[in-house]
Design a binder for this molecule. Structure first.
Ligand SMILES: Cc1ncc(COP(=O)(O)O)c(C=O)c1O
Length: 676
């Protein structure tokens, strides 16, 4: 059986027999016919790596087996600092991946215990997570074992590290006493972790001796059991029985094979059958730094230990305050106040209601109308639908909505009868005329700045947003920029408004605000708008709006961590070359006869498919072309969700270049196959 996956061997402490346990497991696995590789990524003093290599007759180069060596037997952070070596985990990960290619299974022996610092900012537990490995714990038998073992297990569970089992080592030749005899059972009972067995005390560690003493006592079946992932459609059945999915024709859903996601790591999602996929649309445009990002995970855990929810109605909470300060610092200048809600639609509803009431409070009673753009999408609640311009989604609900004013989209399609310059001039001339003549009844103009995402990634021509903003200012119409999709780096800047130095009256953010972890939204506005609501209590000019989970501390803690990671990992700086790489890779799509336009702004991409490029004729709806391309992609380990006949790429900003390359390549191939 080819397993092609590693197991990390960690321990409850240093000197508890990790190396011997690694040798025992490797020897037993070899005897079962597995080609076993070994890795000791970080070694401080001693010859463990060499000992394992020679004992197991391995021919891998030393720098793969042990990429980092420091001569002094100290904690790695200290030993390597004193040896003037900086440990780079990427080198370890690369070496591991190479070993993985060479062997059926690779045992990776840690350094000391789980929480040992490899660098001051990087622990053994971080390495286990980065290698995405399950772990075996080695614990010594004797007094104190229960406490050490349970602490290690508890922390691993806390960190989301899967435990394959615990193995006990005997460190002296004394006859086992009561603790040695009873510890394993107690630990299993309390923690639920499988016991893989007890390694006896060895005078010499020959493979014959290991086989003689351990082949019947060490439980390899349990060690290997999670490796195999049989097709698991239990949850798929339950899903079909109980769930109703959003934006989904359930008659199709019920008869087609569906994926149930069970886990994720970085930019990959894993289904219940163990298949992994590149998360090509950031789990619907929300994920930023990858799934299970250590800092965000930890921030949420830390917050859980304080308070998970308390209301903002009549009270405040620490993360909500801290986040408001950060958002104001991050947002375009002039936005000073933060109003929280739970999702993109409500962020827009808040802005619309605030804009409306602002003029009412000011006694400009006629300023009531909201202008929105053709093709716009601002969410699915009725207020957001009222300013929605996509007929397929919105038309049926029109009788339920308020009347708003639709204005043409600034999207310029290549091949338009006008030149781009003429189009823009005319667009702005008309907008000026419209605002000049109607501003007395207009409360606000709501836009998705720079790109209309849900309409199929319709990118605006340069300069329109800035000019529209100036016109709104000139004619006293409040500008609402809905950055629910574009915010938090998607377009290459933190906010799309920054592309044109625009300072709106309202900025709506959601989706990426928590890095894709928890539902949270914010509507930012100016001091002027805020002051427009300051009256006497009895005047009843309060902003009468608020959701139960507004300013939820857990979500705010996640958002704070998300913003910190942007700075710590220089996310936007590192994104720039990836945006270029993506742009390069997308050029090839024009060689496909069915691709009529590839639109990109930063990490937001729409590839529009048509049945006839000359006439622009779309594919017949019943062909479900977008859906079929995405279904094909699943077979190749990529998850996308189309917008009708537009294939959307919107990967997490943290995606690695090789995954980005795979995403582009597989998308190309899938379109070619399905439309060819
Ligand atoms: C621009 C824009 N506004 C609002 C929304 C609605 O956000 P939510 O689904 O969180 O309500 C979306 C969702 O895609 C969006 O793209």
């Amino acid at each position: 059986m080819k397993i092609k996956k590693g197991i990390f061997i960690t321990a409850t402490d240093t000197g508890v027999g990790k190396t011997i346990a690694t040798l025992v497991l490797a020897t037993l696995l070899k005897a079962k016919g597995f080609d076993v590789g070994i890795m000791k990524p970080v070694q401080c003093g001693g010859k463990d790596a060499h000992f394992l290599k020679t004992s197991l007759n391995l021919s891998d180069p030393d720098d793969l087996i042990n990429p980092f060596y420091a001569p002094e037997p100290l904690s790695p952070h200290l030993a390597f600092r004193r040896a003037k070596i900086t440990i780079d985990q990427h080198k370890i990960i690369d070496a591991y991946q190479e070993l993985q290619k060479r062997h059926d299974i690779v045992l990776v022996e840690g350094a000391g215990g789980l929480m040992v610092p490899i660098r001051e900012d990087y622990l053994v537990s971080d390495l286990i997570s980065d290698l995405d490995l399950e772990a075996v714990i080695v614990s010594r038998l004797g007094l104190g074992t229960i406490n050490h073992s349970l602490l290690t297990i508890h922390q691993m569970k806390n960190l989301g590290i899967k435990i394959r089992g615990i193995i006990f080592s005997t460190l002296n030749s004394k006859k086992p006493g009561l603790p040695e005899q009873t510890n394993p059972d107690v630990i299993k009972k309390i923690s639920g972790v499988d016991v893989l067995g007890i390694i006896p005390y060895f005078k010499k560690t020959s493979s014959q001796e290991i086989m003689r003493t351990c082949s019947n006592t060490i439980d390899l079946k349990t060690l290997l059991k999670a490796q195999a992932s049989p097709k698991n459609n239990h949850y798929e059945k339950l899903d079909k029985k109980y769930l109703w999915h959003p934006f989904t024709q359930m008659s199709d859903w019920l008869i087609e094979e569906q994926l149930v996601i069970d886990e994720a790591k970085g930019c990959h999602l894993k289904d219940t059958s163990g298949n992994t996929y590149i998360d090509g649309v950031s789990s619907l445009w929300v994920n930023v730094h990858g799934h299970r990002h250590r800092d965000i995970d930890q921030a949420i855990r830390d917050q859980i230990n304080k308070v998970s929810h308390s209301t903002l109605l009549g009270l405040s909470n620490v993360p909500a305050v801290q986040l408001a300060k950060e958002l104001v610092a991050l947002a375009p200048k002039g936005l000073r106040k933060v109003f929280y809600s739970d999702n993109g639609s409500t962020a827009v509803e808040v802005a619309i209601k605030m804009a409306f009431q602002f003029w009412q409070n000011k006694k400009k009673l006629k300023k009531q109308k909201i202008v929105y753009l053709e093709h716009s999408y601002h969410g699915d609640t009725l207020g957001a639908v009222s300013v929605g311009g996509i007929d397929v989604f919105h038309k049926i609900y029109r009788p339920l909505t308020f009347e708003a004013v639709k204005w043409p989209s600034p999207f310029y399609r290549k091949g338009n009868w006008q030149s781009l310059e003429e189009f823009c001039q005319e667009y702005l001339k008309n907008a000026k005329y419209f605002l000049e003549n109607n501003h007395k009844i207009l409360a606000a103009f709501v836009v998705e700045p720079m790109i209309q995402a849900a309409a199929g990634m319709l990118v605006w021509p340069k300069g329109i947003l800035k000019s529209l903003c100036e016109l709104c200012r000139r004619y006293d119409v409040l500008l609402i920029c809905d950055e629910v999709a574009t915010g938090f780096g998607r377009t290459g800047k933190m906010f799309a408004c920054e592309h044109e130095g625009v300072k709106p009256d309202f900025l709506c953010v959601a989706k990426g605000i928590t890095g894709g972890y928890l539902p949270l939204a914010a509507t930012l506005t100016t001091q002027k708008v805020f002051d427009g609501f300051l009256f006497e209590y009895k005047d009843l000019k309060t902003f009468f709006h608020g959701h139960t989970y507004t300013g939820n501390p857990l979500a705010c803690a996640a958002a704070l961590a998300n913003i910190k990671v942007f700075k710590k990992e220089r996310t936007l700086y590192n994104l720039a070359p990836k945006i270029k790489f993506l742009a390069e890779g997308l050029k090839r799509f024009y060689t496909l006869a069915c691709v009529c336009e590839v639109r990109q702004l930063g990490f937001m991409v729409g590839i529009e498919l048509v049945s006839d490029r000359v006439t622009g004729e779309p594919f017949a709806l019943e062909k479900k072309i977008g859906i079929r391309v995405c279904q094909e992609l699943r077979k190749h380990g990529v998850l996308l969700r189309p917008l009708g006949q537009v294939i959307v790429l919107m990967p997490p900003l943290a995606i690695k270049k090789d995954d980005l390359e795979t995403l582009i390549k597989e998308t190309y191939e899938a379109i070619k196959k399905i439309t060819g």
